[in-house]
Design a protein around this ligand. Structure first.
Ligand SMILES: Cc1cc2nc3c(=O)[nH]c(=O)nc-3n(C[C@H](O)[C@H](O)[C@H](O)COP(=O)(O)OP(=O)(O)OC[C@H]3O[C@@H](n4cnc5c(N)ncnc54)[C@H](O)[C@@H]3O)c2cc1C
Length: 393
């Protein structure tokens, strides 16, 4: 095996030679993110090239096994890759619910055939996935979900409705929680089904939001078909798989949320808040920026500690709730502070440049961090019960 130093050198050289210049800039807005999928239109030739080159090496999913489209890297090598990508400001070549949520669940619970069928296309960005968990009346109380699947030979016939399905109208497949065992107790009656959305029984309806932009949809199943071979795990095992996937979703929200491109110090420079000696003139702003920076570093250290402990044990588990809560609070503060530092410039909503209005939109978007992937209250309940073992929780 190659030493880590050699791996770093080789990686650095490869990235220098292969990462297009325009992909070495922070993601400024949704338009810069590459989601992939059957109907994906690339924002630029460079975006396409960057995805192809990274996917060919398996580096869109560096630690997945090579037979499933991954890079087969050790955790240490993957960390080096991440550091080297960060050193050149490289954009993520692919963002996807498949990589972030479904992949880990399939790696743990899927059959070899399911892994072969679904993981390589996820790694190459060929299938775009959405998440069918929430329903009207079953958000925080997810286990009350009512979408029903009835076994009919080689498939389930699925009927019901999901809500808040992000990007459902642009997705190819959905991973959905469906009640398939009508007579079983609540927690044991749910199955985890992979459903092709390109069929007559699946429709989506976008939901509009106050911010003017919305990823949200309602998703309807009317006698939709889900092949039994596309059920992950056993019939009735869905709740266990759902929780495992949620721990990845929560950890993922945090890594996105806590380390986004926003930087209140640059915002202060932009609005003339920084004096010639590099000091911010407003002492309150200065104090807030210092506190946020220190809390950010402490959070990063905690994330690293939890991840390292998890690598030697049972995974992140319920501690994902702790990270999710802390990380999303931090991201909301970062956005608030960014807006304060920008002063009246932060109020811009639209302008000549595509990026005009990004801070305000990002601030609005950050409000949702403490709702998506389970609300703060629900995550604090989990921390009380399963991390701290508090009496009565
Ligand atoms: C940006 C974003 C993207 C999302 N994307 C998806 C997606 O792709 N797929 C998907 O399936 N869902 C998605 N969701 C939905 C999300 O998972 C739910 O909104 C969330 O689980 C909360 O459910 P709810 O909206 O039904 O609120 P409710 O469950 O009705 O909660 C309302 C309020 O009551 C509180 N509450 C409820 N129960 C308790 C309790 N026991 N103790 C204390 N407080 C409680 C909650 O914390 C909350 O403040 C998304 C949401 C957001 C904001």
């Amino acid at each position: 095996m190659m030493s880590l130093e050699n791996f770093r050198k080789e990686t650095k050289d490869w990235l220098q030679a292969n990462c297009p210049e325009s992909m070495r800039q922070p993601i400024r807005s949704e338009a810069d993110i590459c989601w992939g999928g059957r109907n994906w239109t690339f924002a630029s030739d460079d975006q396409k090239l960057w995805l192809e080159r990274m996917a060919e090496r398996g580096w869109t999913v560096p630690t997945w096994p090579t037979e499933y489209g991954g890079g087969g890297l050790s955790k240490d090598e993957a960390f080096v890759l991440k550091e080297e990508l960060k050193a050149i400001n490289a954009r993520s070549p692919l963002d996807s619910f498949g990589i972030w949520m479904l992949g880990p669940a399939l790696l743990k619970y899927g059959t070899h055939e399911q892994k072969l069928k679904f993981l390589p296309p996820i790694a190459r960005g060929e299938i775009r996935w959405c998440q069918g968990y929430s329903e009207p009346g079953a958000g925080s109380d997810l286990v009350s979900l009512r979408t029903k699947g009835v076994l009919d030979g080689d498939h389930y016939t699925v009927n019901g409705q999901k809500v808040w399905t992000s990007y459902a109208d642009q997705s190819d497949w959905i991973f959905a929680l469906v009640r398939t065992e009508a007579d079983a107790p609540k927690y044991n009656g749910i199955s985890f089904l992979l459903i092709d959305m390109d069929q007559p029984g699946v429709t989506t309806k976008p939901i509009k939001l106050i911010s003017g932009k919305s990823p949200f949809c309602e998703t309807f199943f009317d006698d939709a078909k889900a092949l039994v071979e596309n059920r992950v795990g056993d019939a009735g095992q869905g709740w266990e798989i759902a929780k495992y996937l949620l721990s990845h979703e929560r950890a993922g929200i945090v890594s996105e949320a806590a380390f986004g491109g926003l930087n209140p110090v640059s915002a202060a420079h932009q609005s003339g808040e920084v004096e010639a000696d590099g000091k911010m003139s407003d002492p309150i702003l200065r104090g807030d920026v210092a506190r946020l920076t220190i809390d950010g570093l402490a959070f990063e250290a905690t994330m690293r500690r939890v991840k390292e402990e998890a690598d030697h044990g049972e995974g992140v588990g319920a501690r994902a709730s702790l990270l999710k809560y802390m990380g999303t609070e931090l991201n909301k503060r970062r956005n608030e502070l960014n807006m304060s530092a920008l002063g009246s410039d932060g109020l811009l909503w639209e302008g000549e440049k595509e990026s005009d209005g990004d801070p305000a939109r990002s601030w609005l978007r950050s409000r949702a961090n403490s709702i998506e992937g389970g609300t703060s209250e629900i995550n604090l309940n989990i921390v009380a019960k399963r991390v701290l073992n508090l009496p009565g929780a």
